[in-house]
Unconditional design. Sequence first.
Length: 295
Amino acid sequence: MSEAIKNRYDFVVLFDVENGNPNGDPDADNMPRMDLETGQGIVTDVCLKRKIRNYVETVKEDAENYGIYIKENVPLNRSDARAYEETGVSSRNIKEKRKNNENPDLEVRDFMCRNFYDIRTFGAVMTTFVKDNLNCGQVRGPVQLGFAKSIDPIVPQEVTITRVAITTEADAERKGTEMGRKYIVPYGLYRTEGYVSANLARKVTGFSEEDLQLLWEAIINMFEHDHSAARGNMAVRELIVFKHDSELGNAPSFKLFEKVKVQRKDRSKPARAYADYDVQVEAEMPEGVTCIRMI
């Protein structure tokens, strides 16, 4: 593993959806998530992290040091148990290790960070598995994402669908089609903001330059291998990165985010494409900060 990153980063991601549901709410019949006061669409941070995890798993295919801890059909405890087995930490030797000024808790935690990309990146709560009064601990990851919100209010539409395949023999005697429904957003441009802490990378997880480049790659391509009819057409349109010259940063995040301005060109009609928006980034940056538009 290479050394941890040495620079702090803040970033803005713009992505859009066309005729799809970017993040359904199970408490609202899977309608697109919305801010009920403003009408803006919402996509949770958990949803976006899932896309990033899926991309890394696709391109790395569980390569050494690039495993995914939170993944489909794999209990978390299975990965936790592997950490104890491979580090050899147990109740039988924990007292001896501590007597020798070793730290078995950190040994297990560091194993998890070293072997799982998403723990090294986003952190994880790994206290679900208790063996010999030990657990894998909690890790605060250096990469954090906020909820994404649409630039303008969205107007979800309920579309009725039919199918000719009938579920049961009894139903087939009574009807020739079955009805269903799905929710779509005709068009929405969403914005989310994120942070990369070099301080946490150095002190806790060891998140490296190679990990950082993979993160940018995963963000840019997070919808490319996740297409489905339910989600319609989704694409990342902008990845705007602010690189600080120091570990702790040279300017407040909010001041950098304010330099990214997104406006609809014509408010007399609803937006239906990315071309309906104008994205501008102020050229003047605080001393010690460089802006990189990766898309």
